[in-house]
Design a protein. Structure first.
Length: 118
């Protein structure tokens, strides 16, 4: 019910003041995605991209900057994207890295339930 498109969101929100603050949704245009060169230095609200790249998502979730080089302190660049599992396996084997996943452990029994006296 708190989703952006929910029909009952206003019924469970802060009340009449919240209804007045809701702006009608307008269709998105390509200009909404990225700031234009003319927008630089304006005093309006800060423009930011609608989607984060994979490195920014990993940094946000796991607090790890995957593009930071631990040796020189510089920024890494993505030089290749390999969508095929077979090509990825060949590349890893060529680099001398094990390309097989570790074995999956057997499932274990659930923990015993404690008997509570009521």
């Amino acid at each position: 019910m708190f989703a952006p498109g929910s029909k009952v969101k206003l019924e469970v929100s802060a009340g009449p003041a919240a209804e007045a603050a809701v702006e009608p949704e307008r269709p998105r245009t390509p200009s909404d995605e990225k700031p234009r060169a003319t927008d630089v230095g304006t005093s309006g609200p800060e423009l930011r991209p609608r989607r984060l790249d994979w490195a920014a998502l990993l940094k946000r979730v796991f607090e790890v900057d995957v593009l930071h080089c631990g040796k020189c302190g510089g920024r890494r660049k993505v030089t290749a994207f390999i969508p095929s599992g077979e090509r990825a396996r060949e590349t890893l084997e060529r680099l001398g890295i094990v390309a097989t996943a570790p074995p999956i452990a057997q499932a274990r029994a659930p923990p015993e339930q404690l008997e509570w006296a009521y």
